[in-house]
Design a protein around this ligand. Sequence first.
Ligand SMILES: CC(C)(COP(=O)(O)OP(=O)(O)OC[C@H]1O[C@@H](n2cnc3c(N)ncnc32)[C@H](O)[C@@H]1OP(=O)(O)O)[C@@H](O)C(=O)NCCC(=O)NCCS
Length: 167
Amino acid sequence: MSGNRYHLETTNKPESEFEIVNLTPEYITDNFNKLLAIESNWTELGEEPWTLENFFFELPMKKELSFSAETEDSIIGYLIGSKYNPVLSRVNKIIIDSPHRGNGVGKQLMNKYFDACRDRDIIYSQLKALPDNEPANKFYMNLGYEKFNVVRGRDDKLRNVYEKKLI
Ligand SMILES: CC(C)(COP(=O)(O)OP(=O)(O)OC[C@H]1O[C@@H](n2cnc3c(N)ncnc32)[C@H](O)[C@@H]1OP(=O)(O)O)[C@@H](O)C(=O)NCCC(=O)NCCS
């Protein structure tokens, strides 16, 4: 581990430390089993789990705007971000492994991503959420995102579109 150190904000589980590190193609190569294991969480949420091909799919500034939260021996969550145009980035995905949700890990990942965007003069962040994914919609609104649209995806599902001004 080589990033910042955080404490899990938890009272009912043994306290453990996690770090946030850059999620680069090399990191994916070294950790693909752990990443794919967390992907299986998606099925219950009505989203298609990613394959390795999705992880390696190249997007502008993906390696600069993507982060992983890891403890000494496991990955507990990650955020995939990318730049969409000179002033706008998108969170393509954020997921925390189910036993670690509600402990502040998602918020720390988002804050790391916000800082990485601001360092590159990216002014806006957008993301999408299924309307019935109540925890995710609340999580984004808590972080200052505002819903501004609803779009239908290639999978024919409707998604809320959120935007936050970062600077
Ligand atoms: C949504 C998700 C990323 C949030 O990450 P997390 O680590 O559980 O969230 P955090 O513990 O950092 O919570 C940060 C804030 O959001 C709020 N929040 C988190 N989960 C919440 C929930 N289930 N209901 C209401 N608020 C919630 C917390 O209260 C906290 O607010 P606070 O800072 O005022 O205390 C995580 O629950 C997850 O991975 N869910 C499944 C995957 C998913 O839905 N991803 C998003 C798809 S669009």
